[in-house]
Design a protein around this ligand. Structure first.
Ligand code: TRP
Length: 337
């Protein structure tokens, strides 16, 4: 990181520690994060402060944070190339979050669809953090003067909000923040549930057959693909009215790099059975080294903690610069040190 090429653009993204990543998280996001390391200065973090907006058992949160960190490493995020850290270890995030909250309007936060969705799903816990969540997220991004933020469709509104806050701040207090742009990689596959291919594969799905965890063992993966929902035509082709097979093709294509036409040719005249085995085996082969690296990492807790510590220190050093500049612009009296 010390020798990071300053010409390179900055990419930043966060992922919440709310459960083992799915094949969807992997093919849709994390695998691309790993690829982007060569061309960008990448900052990736576990958004544990964001996870406080929903109720999770504290012991569970702790465990999942450690696991998520190890999973990113296992998926090939290289701490020599990228900055990887846990959000709450870098105090600037919480501090910047407050400053950004004070620059956010009640009206604009009220319009966030994620807030509306989550508050209707958890009416028993509509906490203030759930409401100011976009301000914390804006702080995460602006602290690092990020150029690009790879986010899923569910987060684009938050990114727009970040740009709005940054624009307003720069206008009111003088140039301070770079305006981040969304990053939508061409290769980002949108993976759907194996049981209901019209909805996204989700960590929180209650049907275990619907999702592939990236730590699933080979036999489990093969079994889940065998029972994936398809249709009765028994012809491998990519069509809107065949969401099940199309989803399997998306997965197969994302890993092998083959396009849809190639896949149709490869499986012409073969039934779904063969195709499902092929997809399952491809996925199992892709995930095997990740599972092994993950086990090694989790067995060496000390080394893992050392990586967390150095990641957090480097991040804090970078983030502090913007935080200090922002505090100054807002007229907070500098503390004597
Ligand atoms: N809100 C994001 C999610 O739930 C996670 C996140 C937090 C994030 N801060 C971020 C993503 C900053 C990108 C940039 O998926």
């Amino acid at each position: 990181m010390e020798n990071a090429n300053t010409e390179k653009k900055i990419i930043l993204s966060g992922i919440q520690p709310t459960g083992t990543f799915t094949l969807g998280n992997y093919l849709g996001a994390v695998r691309n994060w790993q690829k982007m390391q060569e061309d960008y200065n990448c900052y990736y973090f576990i958004a544990d402060l964001h996870s406080l907006t929903i109720h999770i058992d504290p012991a569970q949160r702790k465990k999942q944070t450690l696991e998520a960190f190890a999973l990113l490493l296992a998926c090939g995020i290289d701490p020599e190339k990228s900055l990887i850290f846990v959000q709450s270890h870098v105090r600037s995030h919480a501090e910047m979050g407050w400053l950004m909250s004070c620059c956010s309007q009640f009206g604009e936060l009220s319009r966030m669809t994620q807030f509306k969705d989550k508050s209707s799903k958890h009416p028993e816990n509509i906490n203030a953090g759930l409401f100011t969540y976009p301000a914390l997220m804006a702080g995460d991004i602006l602290l690092y003067q990020a150029d690009y933020v790879p986010v899923g469709a569910d987060q684009t509104q938050h990114l727009e909000f970040t740009r709005d806050i940054a624009t307003r701040f720069n206008h009111n207090y003088g140039e301070n923040f770079k305006l981040p742009e969304g990053y939508f990689p061409k290769a980002g596959a949108r993976v759907m549930s194996l049981q209901d291919p019209t909805s996204k594969m989700s960590k929180s799905d209650t049907n275990p057959k619907a999702t592939i965890s990236i730590l699933d063992e080979e036999n489990v993966i093969l079994k889940k693909f065998k029972s994936a929902v398809t249709d009765s035509e028994a012809k491998v082709c990519y069509r809107e009215d065949k969401p099940g097979v199309s989803n399997l093709m998306v997965i197969y294509s994302a890993i092998t790099g083959k396009n849809m036409a190639d896949i149709e040719t490869e499986f012409a005249g073969k039934g779904y059975g063969d195709f499902k085995v092929a997809v399952g085996q491809t996925v199992a082969d892709e995930l095997k080294p990740i599972r092994e690296r993950y086990k090694d990492l989790m067995n060496n807790r000390k080394a893992l903690e050392a990586l967390m510590k150095s990641g957090a220190e480097k991040a804090e050093y970078i983030a502090r610069k913007t935080l200090t500049k922002t505090q100054k612009k807002l007229g907070l009296l500098p503390a004597s040190r």
